[in-house]
Design a protein around this ligand. Structure first.
Ligand code: ZN
Ligand code: ZN
Length: 341
């Protein structure tokens, strides 16, 4: 069994202890973190893992270690509040398990991700439909498209709807926790500030650029929102430690944001180069193949969504034009061919 990173302990405020608990959230070995906050009015859990494979067991083992190894008078059943940073399965898929363990602790999430929790089954159907339309327009063959849709559905099968009890709203702090709405990676993504510590969830990670999908699939995602959300955090002074939903802690979040912004600029330039050097209009599928070479399985789908997010950003700003307008007028949903404007 792959070993997990250690539990880490932080003191974001004089009487508040924050524990970072590792979980294997996907069987591929992908690691995610939940956080337990002790010293607020009630013990608070931030994120719940995926509920997939060993994820919930890892989370419970981590919570029990707070008593056994760190001497905290705490058991998993003591959790009295659950905050979900965003509606992605590796952060909220374990929620039903945690509600069972805690006897129904109140759950909070940003309003734009509330429906992911309360109407999950509906959300999957609608998102799958939007993805289908998107992939057709991206230029996939019917066979490839069917493979992608199958893969998309697989990771979502075990999750069920749950109720939500309160909203995480920017400008409405809760027991010293400040919420910042940072859409882009996910519509209702929040970052949480406690003292000088920022829980950045998947908005800012130490090594990877967070996955972005086109806003035509889901509102409030995509490159435009993500860039605005990076600026929002860059304007918060005095953050000395940033802890993500994955990967290592970030010491200098301001430098990390600059780097992420440069990566976005480079990606945009690279797409323009790809179209220019092709000498003919290209689909999102064509662009994705060149932008993200050697991708397999689920990563192909992520690459298609990501390429589309950047193409959408360039198109919205007038860098690209659609080269097959006649076809767009005549057919229900043809592949779009992009050329440089
Ligand atoms: Zn995410
Ligand atoms: Zn994540």
């Amino acid at each position: 069994m792959a070993s997990l990173p250690p539990i880490e302990r932080y003191t974001p405020l004089p009487d508040v202890t924050l524990y970072r608990l590792p979980m294997q959230v996907f069987p591929s070995g992908f690691v995610g973190y939940a956080y337990v906050l002790l010293g607020l009015d009630v013990p608070t859990l931030i994120d719940t893992g995926s509920g997939f494979g060993r994820s919930t067991q890892d989370l419970l083992d981590g919570m029990r270690a707070l008593n056994d190894e760190y001497g905290e008078p705490f058991q998993p059943t003591d959790i009295k509040r659950i905050l979900i940073t965003h509606g992605h399965v590796d952060h909220m898929g374990g929620l039903a398990d945690m509600l069972r363990v805690t006897g129904g602790a109140p759950v909070g999430i940003h309003p734009l991700d509330r429906r992911v929790l309360t109407n999950y089954e509906e959300r999957v159907v609608v998102a799958t439909k939007n993805l289908h339309i998107y992939l057709e327009r991206a230029g996939l063959s019917p066979e490839r498209l069917a493979q992608m849709i199958d893969m998309y559905g697989f990771s979502k099968q075990h999750v069920r709807s749950v109720s939500v009890d309160f909203m995480l709203e920017e400008g409405q702090p809760l027991m010293g926790l400040h919420f910042y709405h940072v859409p882009g990676h996910c519509s209702g993504q929040v970052a949480i500030r406690i003292g000088d510590t920022l829980l950045s969830a998947d908005h800012i990670l130490a090594r990877t650029s967070p996955h972005l999908a086109a806003e035509s699939i889901t509102h409030h995602t995509g490159v435009s929102h993500y860039r605005e959300s990076l600026k929002k955090i860059a304007c918060l002074p005095g953050i000395t430690l940033t802890l993500g939903g994955h990967e290592e802690p970030i010491e200098d979040v301001y430098e990390r944001i600059k780097h992420l912004q440069q990566r976005l600029d480079l990606k945009a330039e690279r797409i323009l180069d790809i179209i220019r050097s092709a000498g003919r209009p290209l689909t999102i599928s064509d662009i994705s193949k060149q932008l993200y070479q050697d991708k397999r399985g689920f990563d192909v789908l992520l690459a298609l969504q990501e390429a589309g997010a950047h193409v959408e950003y360039l198109y919205d700003r007038g860098y690209l034009a659609i080269a097959n307008l006649d076809e767009v007028q005549a057919k229900p949903n043809p592949a779009l061919l992009y050329s440089i404007l």
